[in-house]
Design a protein around this ligand. Sequence first.
Ligand SMILES: Cc1cc2nc3c(=O)[nH]c(=O)nc-3n(C[C@H](O)[C@H](O)[C@H](O)COP(=O)(O)O)c2cc1C
Length: 161
Amino acid sequence: MAVEVKIAVNTLIWPVCLVGAKENDKHNVMTAAWVSQVSANPLLVMVSVAPGRYSHDMIVRTGEFMVSVLSAAQQEVSTFCGSRSGRDVDKIARLNLQTKPAEAISVPRLSGCVANLECKVTGQHTAGDHTLFIGEVVAADVAAADVQPLIMYRGKTVSMR
Ligand SMILES: Cc1cc2nc3c(=O)[nH]c(=O)nc-3n(C[C@H](O)[C@H](O)[C@H](O)COP(=O)(O)O)c2cc1C
């Protein structure tokens, strides 16, 4: 593939999020930037997760996931949760991430994020080397409007300011 094609695709702007899954007592989070709203009514979002991720089969088996939108202050959380696997490390304990109960699913919300979207899987589609999980947002919370999100642009995670 031409280098220019990859560079061009990387000018798309993605929100840097943690996708949470919980199965029995095991709660795991992974960094995901390929996240988007895909329907207004019903309100559906999509997360793109590679099948090799530990989180992948947790989402398949439980039918639920949490999207926690990271703030610009959470760069290190993004890097750690995007480079270590829940197979090998308890990322939530290691980073001392604070959780709070969700309203409508069993995956906890994360404190200190821009927003938490509680999602129930309504569809699952293979797209190349990733699986698109479509989730209906059944409950959510959001921080004050002036909390800046962490975004991914041209291959780097940056704040909007
Ligand atoms: C900024 C950033 C964005 C990422 N976005 C995605 C993504 O959208 N989908 C994906 O499958 N992996 C993505 N990753 C890689 C996973 O977060 C990484 O493989 C992680 O270790 C998987 O964790 P798990 O094995 O505990 O599920 C991203 C990593 C980083 C650092």
